[in-house]
Design a protein. Structure first.
Ligand SMILES: [Zn+2]
Length: 463
């Protein structure tokens, strides 16, 4: 029997679509992804189903929205066993499955390892551990700059491929690259120098503080940045995107050297974007604006997919699993909420797509302690949104509504809910029918998160 294509699923954590030159960013941040788009398919309007890491990955892995898979619903951050994620499906169909992640959010104690025969959580490996190759990494970081173990992530994948690549059995690799997460200025010097736009007289101490952990003081209006200072932050972020692109390019070259490139289905996306001075918000919580939801999505597999296509239709990351099942010809009666994107034409795909954000209880407990005197009650709500090509309605669990005319106001700055009550009513009714159609939510079993995980989450800026 002919070997099925390998699958290489790459998530660039926190990467907004509009910072990729493959999507029109004016500086050459993503030459490797541009080349990949020429050899495959680029989805111009792809959207995450949630604005932060655990629920968005759960949607990507299961093809369902949070109200079904249960992650980030009612304070649950665990991927319930009732879900059937992609890794499990592929493993059951004879794939060798491997996950590698520097991040704590998708830890095995939260159930995200389901279906992976090997699941490498790099954040658990102490720096001094021989496997970490610490002397080599320390030397590289000292000379070249910090990179959140991105270079090491590639080393780990190459080692796994050297030991597991087979001419007869396909592989599935999932990787999450973290280099674009705050702190944005911690990127290799070469990329920082190339993209940094620094003007004389700028308060570097303040801007690096913002980049490091100043996002919450900024949201609490205890720290302000000028437009020029934000441009500097944005330029570091662009450098981080370029650095990830270079590491993806390295892996693509490795697959070519291995003779595996032609028959590997490469899927590249992001779990969410980042607020970089918009809406007086920082990082990637508390909202469902396109700064967080509009993500890149590219697919390539020269052996089976068309080349050089740009798909303009509205698509969701919940579509990735159904698409892979069809392309790989896997028999599965999976109940997903996405749709297959085959045959990758100009059709609209979805009239509406959705996204959800649970009430951020973990942040609300700690933010008032850290920033006394500031009122965070505006963030105390869950959110759901429905989006068409032209409008977006965001509904809060407190009854609030925001309606945006995306053609006249792509930055989502003017709430038109009072002026366009008929549009709001139509979208509200579609949103409520969609939600009613989802059925019961899978409930994750509560597992105690160990102390090292909580510590690592705090280091990332979550409380
Ligand atoms: Zn993330």
């Amino acid at each position: 029997m002919k070997k099925r294509p390998n699958v290489f699923l790459i998530v660039m954590d926190c990467v907004r679509f509009d910072y990729l030159s493959a999507y029109g960013y004016p500086r050459p941040t993503t030459p490797h992804l541009e080349r990949l788009a020429n050899e495959g398919i680029l989805f111009e309007n792809a959207f995450a189903a949630a604005p932060w890491t655990p629920p968005s990955h759960a949607s990507l892995f299961t093809g369902t929205y949070p109200s079904r898979h249960g992650v980030d619903v009612n304070e649950n951050l665990f991927l319930s066993q009732q879900n059937r994620p992609l890794a499990e499906i592929l493993s059951d169909h004879g794939y060798r499955t491997f996950g590698v992640l520097p991040d704590v959010h998708l830890s095995n104690v939260r159930g995200f390892h389901k279906g992976f025969q090997e699941y490498k959580e790099l954040w658990r490996i102490p720096h001094w551990y021989p496997e970490y190759d610490w002397l080599n990494c320390l030397a590289w970081n000292t000379v070249c700059g910090r990179d959140r173990r991105t270079r090491y992530t590639n080393t780990v994948m190459r080692r796994w491929l050297q030991a597991n690549y087979s001419e007869t059995e396909p592989f599935f690799i999932f990787v999450n690259y973290k280099a674009a997460h705050n702190a944005y200025h911690h990127i290799p010097w070469r990329f920082r120098r190339k993209f940094e736009t620094k003007v004389p007289g700028i308060d570097m101490k303040k801007v690096t503080y913002y980049s490091d952990k100043g996002g919450y003081p900024y949201m609490a209006r205890q720290l302000e940045l000028t437009a020029e200072e934000f441009r500097l932050v944005q330029s570091w972020y662009a450098g981080a995107v370029a650095y990830i692109d270079s590491r993806i390019g390295e892996m693509i070259q490795y697959l070519k050297d291995l003779g595996a490139y032609e028959n590997t289905l490469i899927v590249i996306t992001a779990d969410h974007g980042e607020n970089l001075g918009e809406h007086h918000l920082a990082y990637h919580l508390f909202c469902l604006y396109d700064t967080l939801l509009h993500v890149p999505l590219l697919m390539s597999c020269p052996a089976v997919l068309p080349r050089g296509r740009r798909v303009p239709g509205l698509v969701s990351l919940t579509d990735v699993v159904p698409t892979l099942l069809e392309v790989l010809e896997l028999e599965e009666s999976l109940d997903t909420q996405g749709t297959s994107l085959v045959p990758f034409t100009g059709r609209p795909y979805h009239e509406h797509i959705f996204a959800e954000f649970g009430r951020p209880h973990y942040m609300l407990k700690r933010l008032p302690e850290r920033f006394p005197g500031h009122d965070f009650s505006a963030f105390d709500k869950g959110l759901q949104c429905i989006r068409s090509k032209t409008h977006k309605l965001i509904v809060g669990s407190d009854g609030s509504e925001e309606l945006y005319d995306l053609q006249a106001d792509p930055g989502e700055t003017l709430n038109r809910s009072q002026e366009l009550p008929e549009v709001a009513a139509h979208l509200r009714s579609e949103l409520s029918s969609w939600h009613a159609s989802i059925g019961p939510t899978f409930v994750g079993q509560r597992v105690e998160e160990d102390e090292s995980l909580v510590k690592a989450l705090r280091a990332l800026g979550y409380f």
